[in-house]
Design a binder for this molecule. Structure first.
Ligand code: NAD
Ligand code: UGA
Length: 443
């Protein structure tokens, strides 16, 4: 199958490389010329485990190529995936300008049947709008009065991969959702995904779009639920890790996404929860549950800062070591990372930040100013009055805490991910605080 992917970011690049891996001919397009230039030199602009090796292999074999010319890519492909960003507007709506721009470009360049597939996360009803935009912008030579001669279909194929395990997730999906309005579109998408041998759920367009909204919002709800539970755990002396374990054995609940911490971040949950709440509002339903999910998430970061204030007393002129900046482990993505809000709140009170992250420091520099970026966890801990763990990188399990203890001025640890062995650290003499472990009164 000849496939074009428009938008070569986290989703577009991973999807493109994986489609090449399962045998398709892929061209990835982006209007960021620097990105295309670097990909054409075999340099992957993001950190994603396993991606670079596959990219090298399929670039060499010619199964994947990169271009900034959308016209050529459209002409030579039958299936066109849209993987451009759908960032949040100020009011929480998804900004669909990139989707509209690309739809117009496709309309202008198409010269034979095309299947246009939404892979970006978009509000329900976007498929209909794409269809209309393509009709309106089609090259006039293909138009015959009002009805176009040129056939095309629009489909929805939401992506469920997670950053940090994106290749693995793409190759082994729990399910593949395809929202289609024609047998031809269904047949083509089934062919695209046949090599993955995964469960395929076929729906209409709007239902597929809703599945993506509902899935992300449900996962965010699980996280906010356990974070709310963690607040009570601290107040009553219960341990949220054990609560999650005890709940998780119930197959109807499951243990996944019940990790309490500093709240969810990333380019998806925060924006998708808001966009779903806005979509509901516009359709006449007040989805107040989702508003609470968001509120709990914001409060989780605030209460973490309050806890630090409570234990450290005066923040001004204190040196604060931060381990982990990315919104989760195994990625360099800093978009809506909890570390940004937490660091900025502490800086506003005069705290001095020394931070280390194994992969995200370059990107963090765009979001964080006046931070001392360090070469390793030890440099960050040097002369620190406390240490915050904000991203659960495996590397932090390997640290020599005896050395850390000698480097720090006050040996206080706030583990925002319940990642470290608190018991051992306390035995060593650290003043260790987890999240919802029943080891401190909530601030
Ligand atoms: P991203 O910002 O990393 O990538 C988007 C790319 O689109 C950028 O490289 C940008 O330059 C390019 N682009 C914008 N306009 C263009 C145009 N007119 N022509 C060509 N390229 C253009 O975004 P992302 O994280 O890959 O997310 C893309 C979509 O996928 C979003 O809707 C997101 O919600 C969804 N999604 C993301 C993830 C994830 O883990 N990041 C997972 C599932 C779904
Ligand atoms: C999430 C979904 O998991 C993917 O299925 C989806 O495709 C993607 O959003 C998307 O639509 O973009 P991602 O944001 O990459 O993937 O990462 P997650 O592993 O879901 O983590 C999101 C945030 O929640 C992170 O900040 C993480 O630290 C936090 N989290 C996750 C918790 O605080 N507790 C948990 O138990 C799980």
């Amino acid at each position: 199958m000849d496939i074009a992917i428009i938008g070569t970011g986290y989703v577009g690049l991973v999807s493109g490389v994986c489609f090449a891996h399962i045998g398709h001919n892929v061209v990835c397009v982006d209007n960021n010329e620097d990105k295309i230039k670097s990909l054409n030199q075999g340099v992957v602009p993001i950190y994603e485990p396993g991606l670079e090796e596959l990219l090298k292999k399929y670039r060499k074999s010619g199964k994947i190529s990169f271009s900034s010319s959308i016209g050529d890519a459209i002409k030579k492909s039958t299936v066109i995936f849209l993987a451009v960003g759908t960032p949040p507007k100020k009011n929480g709506d998804a900004d669909l300008i990139y989707i509209e721009n690309v739809s117009r470009e496709i309309a202008r360049h198409m010269d034979s049947y095309k299947l246009i597939v939404e892979k970006s996360t978009v509000p329900a009803e976007t498929g209909r709008r794409i269809e209309r935009t393509v009709h309106l912008n089609m090259n006039p030579k293909f138009k015959n009065g009002k009805k176009s001669d040129l056939e095309f279909d629009v489909a929805s194929n939401p992506e469920f991969l997670r950053e940090g395990s994106a290749v693995e997730d793409f190759m082994n999906p729990d399910r593949i959702v395809i929202g289609v309005e024609s047998a031809r579109a269904e047949k083509l998408l089934r062919e695209v995904y046949a090599p993955l041998k995964a469960k395929i759920v076929v729906t209409n367009l709007a239902t597929a779009e809703m599945i993506k909204h509902a899935s992300n919002s449900f996962l965010a709800t699980k996280i906010s639920f356990i974070n709310a539970v963690s607040q009570i755990c601290d107040r009553v002396g219960a341990d949220v890790l054990k609560v999650a374990e005890g709940m998780g054995y119930d197959k109807r609940i499951g243990r996944a996404f019940l990790n309490a911490g500093v709240g969810y971040g990333g380019s998806c949950f925060p924006k998708d929860v808001d966009a779903f709440a806005r979509l509901a509002e516009k359709s006449g339903y007040d989805f107040h549950l989702l508003k609470s999910v968001r509120r709990v998430n914001e409060e989780q970061k605030q209460s973490f800062v309050k806890l630090i204030e409570d234990k450290l007393w005066i923040i001004k002129d204190k040196t604060i070591a931060v381990w982990g900046l990315a919104f989760k482990a195994n990625t360099d993505d800093m978009r809506s990372a909890a570390a940004i809000d937490i660091i900025q709140a502490l800086q506003a009170e005069g705290g001095r930040i020394q931070a280390y992250d194994p992969q995200a420091m370059e990107k963090a520099k765009e979001f964080l100013k006046k931070v001392k970026f360090c070469h390793d966890p030890y440099e960050a801990a040097k002369n620190a009055d406390c240490l915050l763990l904000l991203t659960e990188w495996e590397e932090f399990h390997q640290v020599d805490f005896k050395r850390v203890q000698d480097l720090m001025t006050q040996t206080v640890i706030f583990d925002g991910r319940n990642f470290l062995d608190g018991e051992r650290l306390r035995e060593m003499g650290f003043d260790y605080h987890g999240m919802g472990r029943g080891d401190h009164e909530a601030a």
